[in-house]
Write a protein that binds this ligand. Structure first.
Ligand SMILES: Nc1ncnc2c1ncn2[C@@H]1O[C@H](COP(=O)(O)OP(=O)(O)OP(=O)(O)O)[C@@H](O)[C@H]1O
Ligand SMILES: [Mg+2]
Length: 258
């Protein structure tokens, strides 16, 4: 399918950012996760502590990154974003950790791609907020221990099975699996996105797009944008069911979204 090529992926990224929900109300669905997180946040805030470490997993485009940013926003916390493959050396992680301030959130995306050496540095950092660094080699090598500020790790992965079990066990705030959305939830997401993008869309079009979104918000938003393009070149000032169908046919997306 043509819409998975690089150009579209870049497009997606900026679209993701524009349409990213900024409050719990805007974050549609995943009710149980939201309920748990709200309790976790309130309890931690009442104690004046940072929230415990969290792990989000599930297929791409379901809202893991969005949740991490939403939580940071709720907490008024600064979020530092990195990813498994970006942390190549022990020194990379050491520099990230030592640059954190109290209450910061460290978001590590694609956590399944952290290498073992890095993971081992992370364990004590998560558990006892200490960073053990080995200086020198051979008999003269020594370990220095640095104390880290209180911080929260939020990790996300699409491949939970690839995460080592010692790492998995360190998410004391919980491990949350994001579920696919219902068609109705996807419709609500489309309605919200259309409003933000200033698009007129009718009920029928929302249904057609929702049906073919693979129950995934990112796909829904992407299809909505393609429909907008088509409406524009057709000089139509709104997206009707008929126009949506034509767009989806052009994209060769069948009724189940494949
Ligand atoms: N619950 C939601 N309500 C409304 N919009 C959502 C929701 N979840 C995700 N979205 C939309 O889908 C886009 C993709 O979500 P996000 O980037 O958080 O997915 P992800 O799970 O991090 O994907 P990946 O695994 O590819 O990193 C967001 O920008 C947002 O516009
Ligand atoms: Mg993400």
């Amino acid at each position: 399918m043509a819409i998975t090529d690089t150009k579209f992926r870049e497009d997606d990224r900026s679209l993701d950012q524009t349409l990213r929900p900024k409050s719990w109300d805007e974050y549609i669905g995943q009710e149980l996760i939201k309920k748990n997180l709200k309790i976790l946040i309130q309890a931690a805030q009442e104690r004046g502590e940072p929230i415990e470490h969290l792990l989000f997993y599930g297929p791409p485009g379901l809202g893991k990154t969005t949740l991490a940013h939403l939580i940071s926003r709720e907490l008024n916390a600064q979020v530092k974003v990195t990813s498994g493959p970006a942390i190549e050396k022990v020194g990379d992680l050491a520099s990230i950790l030592t640059n954190l301030s109290a209450g910061d959130i460290l978001f590590i995306d694609e956590a399944h791609r952290l290498n073992k050496l890095i993971e081992e540095i992370l364990y004590p950092a998560l558990e006892s907020r200490s960073l053990d660094i080995i200086i020198g080699k051979g008999p003269s090598a020594r370990t220095i221990q640095l104390e880290l500020p209180p911080f929260t790790l939020i990790a996300a992965t699409t491949r939970i099975a690839l995460l080592s079990s010692p790492l998995r066990s360190r998410f004391s705030g919980g491990t949350y699996r994001l579920d696919f959305y219902t068609e109705d939830e996807i419709k609500r997401i489309i309605a919200r996105s259309a409003k933000i993008l200033g698009i007129n869309i009718d009920e029928g079009a929302m249904s057609e797009i929702a049906k073919r979104s693979r129950f995934t918000p990112r796909v829904a938003n992407r299809l909505l944008k393609r429909c907008r393009d088509f409406a524009q070149v057709e000089k139509s000032n709104s997206i009707t069911g008929d126009l949506a169908l034509k767009t989806l046919d052009l994209l060769e997306i069948d009724p189940v979204g494949l």
